[in-house]
Design a binder for this molecule. Sequence first.
Ligand SMILES: NC(=O)c1ccc[n+]([C@@H]2O[C@H](COP(=O)([O-])OP(=O)(O)OC[C@H]3O[C@@H](n4cnc5c(N)ncnc54)[C@H](OP(=O)(O)O)[C@@H]3O)[C@@H](O)[C@H]2O)c1
Length: 324
Amino acid sequence: MKAMVLKSFGGPESFELCEVPKPVPRAGQVLVRVYATSINPLDYQVRRGDYPDLVQLPAITGHDVSGVVEEVGPGVTTFAPGDEVWYTPQIFDGPGSYAEYHVAAESIIGKKPPSLSHLEAASLTLVGGTVWEALTVRAALRVGESILIHGGAGGVGHVAIQLAKAIGARVFTTVREANFEFARSMGADVVIDYEKEDYVDAINRETGGRGVDVVFDTIGGNTLSRSPDVLAQLGRVVSIVDITQPQNLVQAWGKNASYHFVFTRQNRGKLDELSALVERGQLRPHVGAVYALADIALAHARLESPNNGIRGKIVIAVEPSLIS
Ligand SMILES: NC(=O)c1ccc[n+]([C@@H]2O[C@H](COP(=O)([O-])OP(=O)(O)OC[C@H]3O[C@@H](n4cnc5c(N)ncnc54)[C@H](OP(=O)(O)O)[C@@H]3O)[C@@H](O)[C@H]2O)c1
C-alpha cells in the first residue's frame, strides 16, 4: 500500500510517499481502507520533532480515519467488511493514518455518521472527541451557562461552538474579524476580534462584570493565568494546549475556580455521541481545504502558517476520487 512516511524530523518536506506492507488485523483488530484523514497541529508537532521519545522513525503519522472495513481479525463482532467507520488511531502507539490502510482495535472504532461524507467524517474524530471530553466531561457545561471559546474558527474551536450551543450555553469566542461571519454561522453569540480588542475587556463588558462559567483554551500563552479575570464564581477552565511557561494561578482562588487538562483519549462512546449530534443536525464539521495524500507536505505547510485563511479543518483525500 501507499503511505506517507516520515523519514526524519524536520520541515514539511520530511515526508516521502512510499510503498509499504499492508497491515494484517490480529485478534480484536479491524483492517480499514482509509478514504480520508486530516491534519491536526499534533501532526506537525510530531513531524518537527516535538516528541522525539514517543515517535520512532521511520513513522506513519496521522490521527483521523474515515473509511471502510476491509477485513476483521479473530473475535471481532461489531464490524464486518463493507461497514463505513470513523475513529482516531491510538496516539503514539502504532502507525497512524497517512496511508491507504490502517489497523485499529475494535474498541476505538465507531460507525461513521451516515449523513457525513468521508471527508467530513475524517475532519471530526480527533477534534470532536477532544471537544466532547473538554466540554461535557471536564467542564460539565450546562444549559444556560456561558463559555468563552478561544480560537473559534479553528479545527477544535468551530466544533466547540456547535457543541456548546447544542448543550444550551451562551457562546463567546475569539476570532479575527475576517472570521466573524463564520463563527456566527457555527452558532457563536458574541464574537471578539482577538487582534483588535483584549478579550478580558470584551467579556467583562458583555457580561456586566460577571464573567463566564467556562473558559475553553485552545491557544495557550498566558490564557490560564488570565482566565480568572473572565471567570464567574465556581468557573471552570479547560485547556488542551501544552503549557510552555509557568503560570500564576493565585487569582483563581478568589473565583473558586477549577482547572482541567485534556489530552484526547479514544473510545467508541464519544464517537457515538458525536454521531447522534450530527444526525440530529446539531453538529457539522467544516472542511476548509482538501489535499491529496501525496500533497501532505503542502497541507502541513498551510496549517502551520499563521493567518492561513483556513476555517475549520484541512482534510486529506486518501481515496483519489474524493478530490474534485
Ligand atoms: N490536548 C488535545 O487532546 C488536543 C486535541 C486537539 C488539538 N489540540 C491543540 O489545540 C490547539 C488548536 O488546535 P486546532 O486543531 O483547533 O488548530 P487550528 O485548526 O490551527 O486552529 C487554531 C485557530 O486559532 C486561531 N488563533 C490563532 N491565534 C489566536 C488568538 N490569539 N486568539 C484566538 N484565536 C487564535 C487561528 O486563527 P487565525 O486564522 O486567526 O490565525 C485558528 O483558527 C493546538 O495547539 C492543538 O495542538 C490539543
